[in-house]
Write a protein that binds this ligand. Sequence first.
Ligand SMILES: [Zn+2]
Length: 51
Amino acid sequence: MHAQASSHTTTMTERGSFALARCSCGWTGPARRSRDKARTDAAEHLRTSGS
Ligand SMILES: [Zn+2]
């Protein structure tokens, strides 16, 4: 079964003073100093990885 074939669920992770986005597909965004930029990374990932 491929339940996660097209599911991308992003979550925010904080490491010290950095924030980065992660996705259920295994993608991890770069560490950012601002959450907003990490969110932008997540949004861009969803856009670029969408079918
Ligand atoms: Zn993804």
